[in-house]
Each structure stands twice: as structure tokens, then as C-alpha cells.
Design a protein around this ligand. Structure first.
Ligand SMILES: [Zn+2]
Length: 328
């Protein structure tokens, strides 16, 4: 994976440090792979070196991204939305874009990323093939950008501009993620011991027990709570709004984590710690560094409106956001 900094990551624009508490309302299990010890269940849960269960930040990020992606894949097909590049329909698969069929699609295919890097931007319009060529800005605009930002700057910006909203926020093999989630460690006193459950291997095709194979798995009981910290670097307000499609779902308990979800495991709820969170942008940067550590308001409603506006969501049917505001 060759994630690299794109130009808007080389200069500070904003920084959100979000804190919260994730509490499980059912048991859950995030597996550590199959155990080989005789006195352990077949499928132990993941633990820290101290032997306590934890949740890798990447697991939560994956669940958050899948949720947002699933929503945006539907939203981008609705007639009341302008932007059609909200989410890939598949991520990370190399290969070539089917020439006649835009779906299923990736925002950028590996060969397109390579071509943008290999060919000098001055020659993009001559040497790149459609449909990539059709998505480029006109040659005059490219020449102006080259004079201002240099080759690397233009390539970086183009990779970002052609990527879908989801890849821009959560990252892609050619783009650094703006969302970093720390591993989640236990809130002391919310966990005592794990539980062992019996499972029976089911043949997914027939729905019958597969050869009567039984196994045991370990799970963390309901009530366990974890400290959550998310860092969001240089996201625009609209990009924060996209992230909040996922955060809101976590708050409502609509994002499930870990395995055995079909058996009722993995339900949790997020409580955002407004007081403990901090949002710094250009407006309060100097103050935040040299003066008071005050945060700008953490205002998800405003960010979600910014996202809706940026992607051209039309809400006439529901009265419209503007209409609601002026009516107040
Ligand atoms: Zn994408």
C-alpha cells in the first residue's frame, strides 16, 4: 500500500479530535484467530498483552466505512442528488475499467492511477485514454495548475479530485486516510471475564448442520465499555458531514461490530464526549496553540448540511433546509 500525502495534507486546514465511549448492549467477539492451546476455546477473542479484550481501531473504521459506503451507494443513484461519485462499488481491486459499463465501478482503477503518475500532465490530453481523459480539466486549466503547483502537486490533486467522497475521507491505496481511529481499550470496571458459547458449524448452502461439527467460541459479555478516540485531519466541513453519517449511526446503535452478528452479537452504542473533544481550524489555530485550548463548536448538523449541499442534495420534497432556516 503506497499511501502518500496529497497537497491538502501538507498544510493544516482543520483538526478534529473526537472522544467518546462505546458500550456494548449485547456480547460481542472480535476474534484472535484459532487457538492451538488445549484448555482454550477454539475461537478466542483478541486481547492486549495484559490479557484484556480490546477493539482494533481498524475494525471500527472498517465497520464505519462499510456503513457510510452502503448509504452513499444508494444515495448516489437517487434522482435528487447531483454528485454521482460518492462511493465506489468495490474497493481495492486492481484491474481495468470496463469500457462500456460504468457499474460496478471504482472511482479510480489501478491502471488509471499508474497512467496519471507515468504520463506528464502536459501530455494527459494527448496520451490518456477515455473515460479517464474525459474526466480531466481542460488543457488551459491544467497548464495554469502546473505553473502554480508543479507536476507532483497536480498529480496529487487530480488523484484526490477523481476519487469518490468515501475514498477521499477514508483513504484508498493511492490516497491517505483523513480518519484515524485509535485502538479502543476497556473502561475499567465494565469487564470481569469472558463467556464461552457453543456453536455448530452450519452449511451455508443447505442450512443444515455440517457433519455435526461443534465448536466453542469466546465472547465479551454485554456491558463492556471502551474509550474511543478519532482523529480527523484536514477534513472540510462537508467531509466531516460524510463521516457523521457513520457517527450518527453508531450513536443510534445501528452499526454492529465483530463476528457472530447473525447470532445476535455485536450491538453497541456510542456516546460522544462533547467536553472532551476538540475542533481546531484556521479560525482558532493560533488561539488553540498559544492561547486558550478552546475548541470551535462541534456542530454535526451544520457539517451534514454542508455535505448535502456540496453533493447537490435537493430536499424540496421535505421542505428544504433553507426553507426551515428562514422559517425560524
Ligand atoms: Zn472510491
Amino acid at each position: 500500500m503506497t499511501a502518500f500525502s496529497s497537497p491538502d495534507m501538507s498544510r493544516f486546514t482543520s483538526w478534529l479530535h473526537l472522544r467518546g465511549r462505546l458500550t456494548f448492549t449485547t456480547s460481542f467477539r472480535i476474534g484472535a484467530g484459532r487457538s492451538i492451546a488445549v484448555d482454550e476455546p477454539d475461537l478466542p477473542v483478541l486481547r492486549t498483552v495484559d490479557g484484556l479484550p480490546y477493539i482494533p481501531g481498524s475494525s471500527l473504521k472498517g465497520a464505519l466505512r462499510s456503513h457510510v459506503e452502503a448509504l452513499l451507494r444508494t444515495i448516489q443513484t437517487l434522482p435528487d442528488v447531483e454528485d454521482r461519485n460518492l462511493a465506489c462499488t468495490a474497493v481495492g481491486k486492481p484491474g481495468r475499467r470496463p469500457s462500456d459499463d460504468p457499474f460496478p465501478h471504482l472511482c479510480l482503477f489501478q491502471n488509471e492511477v499508474s497512467r496519471l503518475k507515468e504520463v506528464h500532465p502536459e501530455e494527459w490530453h494527448q496520451r490518456l485514454e477515455p473515460p479517464l481523459r474525459d474526466r480531466l480539466p481542460d488543457p488551459d486549466r491544467l497548464r495554469q495548475d502546473l505553473a502554480r503547483k508543479g507536476r507532483q502537486g497536480v498529480v496529487d490533486e487530480m488523484l484526490r479530485a477523481l476519487s469518490c467522497w468515501t475514498c477521499r475521507v477514508f483513504g484508498a491505496p493511492w490516497l491517505a486516510s483523513k480518519v484515524l481511529i485509535k485502538d479502543l481499550f476497556l473502561d475499567e470496571g465494565t469487564f470481569y471475564t469472558t463467556e464461552i458459547r457453543d456453536g455448530v458449524a452450519i452449511d451455508r448452502d443447505t442450512g443444515r448442520v455440517a457433519g455435526g461439527r461443534k465448536y466453542q467460541f469466546e465472547a465479551v459479555p454485554a456491558g463492556a465499555a471502551f474509550h474511543l478516540e478519532i482523529l480527523v485531519e484536514n477534513a472540510s466541513e462537508a467531509e466531516l458531514g460524510l463521516l457523521w453519517l457513520g457517527i450518527r449511526a453508531l450513536e443510534r446503535g445501528e452499526v454492529l461490530l465483530g463476528g457472530a452478528r447473525s447470532r445476535g452479537l455485536g450491538w453497541c452504542r456510542l456516546q460522544v464526549d462533547q467536553e472532551g473533544s476538540r475542533y481546531v481550524a484556521r479560525e482558532n489555530l493560533l488561539d488553540a496553540l498559544f492561547g486558550s485550548p478552546r475548541s470551535l463548536p462541534i456542530d454535526p448538523d451544520r457539517w451534514m448540511r454542508a455535505f448535502a449541499e456540496a453533493v447537490g442534495v435537493r430536499l424540496e420534497a421535505q421542505g428544504g433546509t433553507d426553507a426551515q432556516e428562514t422559517a425560524e
